[in-house]
Write a protein that binds this ligand. Structure first.
Ligand code: ATP
Ligand code: MG
Length: 296
């Protein structure tokens, strides 16, 4: 295969990770023109193109060198790497902070469950046979793993399995199928994946640039920048009402001795109640600003 000059990223074509992934790349300053068949996106600024495919194909495409990077759930990456033949082919470059879910074992609502031992001799349906087998093996539980390609949650009702091991986010699907979650096999989120060895040419610089930008976006996602004025002596009480905030920057206010302007990055929402508490602690002129990106 001739070496490529442009970086190619495999992204899920249509599914839960597609839009959040395209949004992330957009926030990283990457713009694309989509091909007519919708399978390829040509990068207009940076030398980065996208290949839009089924998420199951992404690890293989990276391992084969067709793509340099890919975005998949940790569940897909770990299932792929759990195959001895693929063990050291891929590396996780960065968790991306979206697509959170867990791979869980669920049993019928009325079934008795008293720990992993209860699964001995049971048939468990899953699309993640390697991860399930590993989990069972670690607990020395001998169960039968029934590998399905989809619609795992209906297997117990169809009588083809006694329990399931499937992805869960809210638990609504489990409840709708009269199942209850009893064990978490894996906590998952979308991750950026690459081959074990990164390209040693110009693509490497683009990967580094992308990683810095992704970090700049994910680090401040959901954060707010708080600006306010206060007497120097009130700063400690104000910061006590802002758990998780960064150390504040304090600027001496011109012509107002003892008065400062305070700036702090706060994780998550800053609700009215919290702002009112800060105001009672001595803050004035409060401003809450959304934060889009950061560069250290
Ligand atoms: P494809 O057609 O690309 O194979 P898919 O049906 O395998 O799509 P999706 O259902 O779109 O995949 O899920 C993609 C990923 O989203 C999962 O692998 C998982 O990491 C993540 N995810 C987040 N929440 C859930 C959920 N509730 N159920 C399933 N996957 C979830
Ligand atoms: Mg899939």
């Amino acid at each position: 295969m001739t070496p490529r000059e442009r970086l190619r990223i495999a992204v899920q074509k249509s599914g839960r990770l597609s839009q959040p992934c395209l949004d992330l790349l957009d926030r990283c300053g990457l713009r694309f023109r989509r091909s007519r068949d919708g399978l390829f996106c040509f990068g207009e600024g940076e030398p980065v193109d996208l290949l839009l495919v089924r998420d199951d194909d992404i690890p293989g495409l990276i391992a084969q060198g067709v793509c340099d990077l890919g975005v998949v759930g940790r569940n897909v990456l770990d299932e792929y790497s759990a195959d001895a033949a693929n063990q050291a082919r891929l590396q996780l470059l960065q968790p991306l902070g979206f697509g959170q879910c867990r791979l869980s074992i669920a049993v019928p609502q009325d079934a008795a469950y008293a720990g992993a031992r209860s699964l001995a001799g049971q048939r468990i349906a899953t699309t993640y046979p390697r991860l399930l087998r590993r989990w069972l093996g670690q607990r020395e539980v001998a169960a039968e793993v029934v590998t399905l390609s989809g619609s795992v949650e209906i297997a117990p009702r169809l009588g083809t399995a006694d329990a399931i091991c499937d992805l869960v986010q809210s638990g609504v699907t489990l409840a709708a199928n009269q199942l209850r979650e009893v064990e978490c096999v894996l906590d998952s989120e979308a991750v950026l994946v690459a081959a074990a060895t990164l390209p040693a040419d110009a693509r490497r610089d683009v990967i580094d640039l992308l990683l810095r930008r992704i970090d700049g976006v994910t680090r401040v996602r959901g954060s707010r920048l708080l600006l306010l004025q206060a007497a120097r002596g009130c700063v400690e009480a104000i910061m006590a009402a802002l758990p998780g905030a960064t150390r504040p920057t304090l600027l001496q206010m011109d012509g107002q001795p003892g008065q400062v302007m305070l700036q702090a990055l706060c994780p998550g929402e800053l609700g009215w109640k919290q702002l009112e508490a800060i105001q009672r602690a001595g803050a004035r002129e409060l401003f809450v600003l959304p934060v889009e990106r950061a560069l250290a």
